[in-house]
Design a protein around this ligand. Structure first.
Ligand code: TPP
Ligand code: MG
Length: 782
């Protein structure tokens, strides 16, 4: 590689900026730890070594290569470098430099939702933020071919080498839909160190091969210019062999070693003529053998610039650059074991400041505009200026869809039908996109897929054999369903990126993912990653719970309701009836477009449910007011018969509601107890409503308006005992007792389920009508 494309003065300016970026990144962390007044006794932290490792790469990328239309994910522990670059570009106020990890200040790890300047990807949990751009690149291809909307740029991931150990990285690479994405670029900061260990040497080659196998262009930046020049001299081949053969652990040990020791180690293992020859070569570098051996490509600005140019030219497949670097490069902690959280001491900072030509007065300065560095930065700032991009417009969503009220149906079947109906709604229909990890048909997306087709980067031939199938699997660039392999993490990462189209492509999409509910757990961190990033999507977990009776304990989800309630940015709803589902879904699609909107998690079931009780409630209440209750989180499904002194409230959601209705009838007919049945369409909304109401004074708000759950009860029902029932962990609805200020008997499934008929397993786990009756009697005991 040569540096011909970058002129010497420009390289010098970049190199001077590189040094300043390193200084600022280090000092931002240093100030937070040593100078800022602390509010507690805990360490502040921050990562000087991880930052230093990436300074060359990020300087080259941001100041010489990146375009406004590109989007970048930055390794979590290099956030100080990003902050420093944003500051030098004039996009971050100086006052923030002393506020790393401060309340309301710069975030510890890059955050889309919490940093004071626009961040493209949130990172923090290794492996997720780094894989996200690949799915964003895929999402961009999709919006381009569906809606003609694209960022027009690349999706770039700057990741640590240990991130490649995370399983989701392998899954992302293995997914056929991520093949051939020429708009994706990864740059691996290969410093051979992770948190507490040195990464075994074999890993790098293995990783490079993994990328090659799935068709990526692999660029290796291993040795810097000085080492390459030495390799060309007499004895150079021996030097290369020695360094190549050295275990990573031994190579890392050279970083703290003296000139003499480095020389010794390099010559070690060689004898006779070879040893003499290599010794002669080393003699040509008096006092400079140690820095020579540590000369790696990831810190050679010109090499990095060349690699970036090569990557830019390749547009038919993704590129990965393996940049060999040194953790702590340029600092006294360079390459040292356990340097991950190491901080320079005051003396080291002082001498580093002086070495950078800075003083206490000038240490936070930007470059003056009329310096070579200033000119590079000004040009970069204008190149990276995204201007005022129009916001994605709000797409009106109808409140109601079809008129077909079937007699008996499951929420999963109703979900499939509702999507089909939605596909016919102008404005909404063309923006729907479904994604499923190999379970599209078994989660009832078949009808929708038949209508809208499957998306692929190219139109594909339909084979005769496929014509016979009831499912028309037509793959084209205009299809609206993306079928992935079985990797639930990939599903939610893609869903998460499709759900950011309002920001990236400035176009509204309605991304809807389906998966078997138990496997929400496997995808969970990706769900959290996506909602933390501000993504808006619908996740349908189906089928769920013990109602999946014949599938047994491994397939019966128990803890997902709690996850739904507790995950921020995600509204959990669990309808029982088809129309209830339709309203919740439509409401969710409307709300997710609002600035304070959220993703929607629907927990569904394959259990066929008689729809008559819902129709009766609608007739009693009027559709409009029933709908208002459903989207607030719950409604009165059954009114008490009246006339009995003993009265109880039964509250439940989802597939178990028919058992609750049966229990209410039994209570009236056989026990002389009147039961009001509440259907909790969204336990999440009810919980939040109650919690917000009851904690209003804690937050300094005055007054206390009752939450929707309390409002559902008539005045003469206040204080009645309550039984809650859910086909899932009983804990999820147990708050209802506190919310209603009364005795509560929570029923649910708190042991692993097993196979059997629905009545058998409901009885075994105590959620059948008889168990609910008993629970009501217990609740009524004085
Ligand atoms: C999923 C997850 N597990 C563990 C951690 C804790 N952790 C933080 S950094 C790190 C090692 C990172 O190593 P690498 O990616 O090579 O980064 P670098 O060497 O550049 O710091 C670990 C294990 C984390 N952030 N996320
Ligand atoms: Mg590392």
């Amino acid at each position: 590689m040569t540096a011909t494309a970058t002129t010497r003065p420009r390289l010098d300016a970049l190199s001077s900026i590189e040094q300043r970026v390193l200084w600022l990144a280090v000092r931002i962390v240093d100030y937070a730890n040593r100078e800022r007044a602390q509010g507690d006794e805990l360490k502040v932290g921050g990562h000087q070594a991880s930052s230093a490792s990436m300074v060359t790469l990020m300087t080259a990328l941001y100041l010489a290569d990146l375009r406004a239309e590109d989007r970048v994910s930055v390794k979590p522990h290099a956030s100080p470098v990003l902050h420093a670059i944003e500051y030098l570009l004039g996009r971050l106020d100086r006052s923030y430099l002393t506020r790393l990890r401060d309340f309301g200040g710069l975030q510890s790890y890059p955050s889309r939702t919490k940093d004071p300047y626009p961040v493209d990807f949130s990172t923090g949990s290794v492996g997720l933020g780094s894989a996200a751009p690949l799915f964003a690149a895929l999402a961009d291809r999709f919006t381009q071919s569906r809606l003609g909307a694209s960022t027009g740029g690349r999706f770039i991931s700057l990741l640590g080498d240990a991130e490649l150990d995370e399983g989701n990285i392998g899954e992302a690479l293995a997914e056929p839909l991520t093949r051939g994405l020429g708009n994706a670029l990864w740059i691996v900061d290969l410093n051979r160190q992770s948190l507490d260990r040195v990464i075994p040497g074999i890993k790098a080659q293995e990783s490079e091969r993994n990328f090659e196998t799935v068709g990526w262009q692999v660029i290796e930046l291993k040795y810097g210019r000085r080492l390459r020049e030495a390799f060309g001299r007499d004895g150079g081949k021996l030097l290369r062999r020695r360094i190549n053969q050295m275990p990573n652990e031994q190579y890392q040990s050279l970083f703290g070693a003296s000139e003499e020791v480095v020389r010794q180690v390099v010559l070690d293992g060689l004898g006779g003529k070879d040893r003499a020859r290599l010794a002669r070569l080393l003699d040509e570098y008096p006092g400079r053998v140690a820095p020579l051996v540590r000369d790696l490509g990831g810190h050679d600005l010109a090499d990095v610039l060349d690699a970036l140019r090569r990557a830019r030219k390749t547009t038919d497949r993704p590129t990965v650059i393996f940049a060999y670097t040194i953790k702590g490069y340029g600092l006294e902690i360079a390459g040292r074991p356990q340097n991950h959280s190491a901080l320079l001491n005051g003396e080291q900072i002082d001498s580093f400041r002086a070495a950078c030509g800075l003083t206490d007065e000038t240490e936070w300065d930007r470059f003056a505009a009329d310096t070579p560095e200033g000119r590079v930065l000004t040009a970069a700032a204008s190149r990276l200026d995204r201007g005022d991009r129009p916001a994605a417009s709000i797409v009106p969503v109808p409140e109601r869809l079809s008129d077909h009220d079937g007699a008996k149906t499951s929420t999963q079947a109703a979900f499939g039908r509702t999507l089909l109906d939605l596909s016919r709604v102008p404005g909404v229909g063309e923006r729907l996109v479904t994604v499923s990890p190999d379970v599209s048909v078994s989660t009832n997306l078949g009808g929708f897929i038949n209508k809208v087709g499957v998306w692929g980067p190219q139109d594909e031939t339909v084979y005769d054999a496929m014509e016979d199938s009831p499912l028309r699997w037509r793959v084209s660039r205009t299809g609206q369903h993306l079928e992935m392999g079985i990797a639930e993490m990939n599903l939610v990462l893609l869903l998460g990126q499709l759900g950011l189209s309002w920001d990236f492509q400035r176009e509204r999409l309605f991304p809807i993912g389906t998966l078997y509910d138990p496997f929400v757990l496997r995808a969970l961190e990706g769900v959290v990653f996506s909602t933390y990033s501000g993504s808006r999507f619908v996740l349908a977990g189906t089928p769920s719970g013990l109602s999946l009776s014949r599938e047994g304990g491994a397939h019966q989800s128990l803890s997902t309701p709690g996850i739904g309630i507790e995950t921020p940015g995600l509204t959990y709803a669990e309808p029982c009836y088809a129309r209830e589902l339709e309203w919740l879904l439509l409401d969710g699609l409307a709300r997710m477009q609002q600035p304070d909107g959220e993703a929607l998690y629907l927990r569904l079931s394959t259990k066929p449910v008689d729809q008559a009780p819902f129709a009766a409630a609608a007739a009693r209440r009027g559709e409009e007011s029933l709908r208002a209750d459903v989207v607030r989180g719950g409604f009165r499904l059954r009114e008490p018969n009246g006339g009995n002194d003993d009265r109880v409230v039964l509250a439940a959601c989802g597939a178990i509601v028919p058992e609750v209705l049966a229990a209410a009838t039994l209570l009236a007919d056989e026990e002389g107890v009147d039961a009001t049945v509440l259907c909790l369409s969204s336990p999440d909304r009810l919980y939040r409503g109650w919690q917000a109401a009851v904690t209003a004074p804690v937050r300094g708000a005055s007054g206390r308006e009752a939450g929707h759950l309390e409002q559902l009860l008539l005045p003469n029902e206040r204080g009645l005992p309550v039984v809650t029932v859910i086909d899932g962990a009983s804990h999820a609805l147990s708050f209802v007792g506190s919310a209603l200020g009364t005795r509560c008997v929570p029923l649910g499934v708190d042991r692993f389920g097993q196979t059997g008929s629905q009545p058998e397993v409901y009885a075994e786990y105590g959620i059948d009508a008889a168990a609910i009756v008993t629970a009501a009697l217990v609740a009524l005991e004085p």
